[in-house]
Ligand binder design. Structure first.
Ligand code: 5GP
Ligand code: ZN
Length: 139
């Protein structure tokens, strides 16, 4: 079921814009609009599930294949020193969008990024350009 008040359901339904990277039957990958680093991407389940407890295990398993593909593209394009795969559940874990998603976060030595980072809007043109570079690899 899709929820019109849910921003990620709206992006999946193309009711809200996003810099989309990849799509299959289970999931959609797109750029985070408040990137903590160039290349910060999200993979969301198409079917609305709030968190790790709600998502169906087979969907989660298939979704991880896309997480790996996006991580490989981010690695190839941005050449980070490392990548964190982050997935948050509940307010105590700083989950801000209650629709299951996995972050691909490129990391650099001494970037001083903390786990509960605050949300700061990125430059749209830079996010769009980074999306294009990743799409070139993802096909
Ligand atoms: P959470 O804090 O729930 O782990 O992550 C939610 C993420 O979704 C945040 O990093 C936030 O920047 C991102 N986000 C929130 N609203 C939008 C939106 O409308 N479009 C995009 N592309 N990302 C969003
Ligand atoms: Zn949703």
């Amino acid at each position: 079921m899709a929820f019109h008040h849910c921003i990620f359901c709206r992006i999946v339904a193309r009711d809200a814009p996003a810099y989309i990277l990849a799509e299959d039957g289970d999931c959609l990958a797109f750029m985070d609009i408040n990137p903590v680093a160039p290349g910060h991407a999200l993979i969301v389940a198409k079917q609305h599930a709030e968190n790790i407890f709600d998502i169906q295990a087979p969907v989660l398993q298939r979704l991880m294949g896309t997480v790996q593909r996006v991580a490989q593209a981010v690695n190839a394009v941005f050449l980070p020193d490392g990548i964190n795969i982050v997935q948050s559940n509940g307010p105590g874990a700083a989950q801000s969008v209650p629709h299951f998603h996995i972050h691909v976060v490129p990391r650099w030595q001494n970037d001083d990024l903390l786990m509960n980072w605050s949300l700061r809007p990125g430059e749209r043109s830079a996010i769009e350009a980074n999306a294009a570079r990743l799409r070139a690899i993802l096909g």
